[in-house]
Write a protein that binds this ligand. Structure first.
Ligand code: GNR
Ligand code: NI
Length: 169
């Protein structure tokens, strides 16, 4: 098992569109295990393969307080969505910045598990937010893309400032 390094904005590799997984082998299982280890080490609730520079349709999530409900989705696709919600989002690729984003309240997702078995999942609330956020990463999209240019620039300046402070500390 290993903790992988997470790409940070504005790394252009975060704009890569992930390709479907076609082979469900031991290497895929190892990668999923490494993604969980990376997500837990970073205290994230989700992680997309894009963020660790592997451009395949794999995402992991764990919304539980106890950090004991791992969910791995391969080739996930939203097949239905309903309603809307505003949720304050963060992202491991934008450490320390947060913004409200509007997304669907409920999503139905069709995916496969790490063995290639088909799964259908109904998600609502924070889990639905997380899945939509991760699926965006797999399409090369990030949460600040939803903000107005004014708000986005403000947050990106804040990110730069925090990095400079961290570098000089
Ligand atoms: O850890 C994370 N927290 C979070 C909070 C609100 C909305 C979405 C997220 S996902 C994020 C981890 C991450 O960057 N996943 O891509
Ligand atoms: Ni993210």
């Amino acid at each position: 098992m290993s903790v992988l390094s997470i790409l940070e904005f504005p790394d252009p590799r975060l704009r890569t569109k992930a390709a479907p997984v076609t082979v469900f082998d031991a290497e895929l299982k190892q990668f999923v295990a490494d993604m969980f280890e990376t997500m837990y080490a970073a205290n994230g609730v989700g992680l997309a393969a894009t963020q660790v520079n592997l451009h395949k349709r794999v995402l992991v999530a764990d919304m539980s307080e106890e950090r004991n409900q791992p969910l791995a989705l391969v080739n996930a696709q939203i097949v239905a969505k309903e309603g809307s919600q505003v949720y304050q989002e963060g992202c491991l690729s934008f450490p320390g910045i947060y913004a409200d984003v509007t997304r669907a309240l409920k999503v139905t997702v069709k995916a496969q598990d790490a063995d290639g078995k088909e799964i259908t999942l109904d998600a609502e609330g924070p889990l639905a937010v997380c899945i939509q956020h991760e699926l965006d990463h797999l399409a090369g999209k990030v949460f600040v893309d939803y903000l107005s240019p004014l708000k986005r620039n403000l947050l990106l300046k804040r990110l730069e400032k925090q990095r400079k402070q961290a570098a000089s500390a």
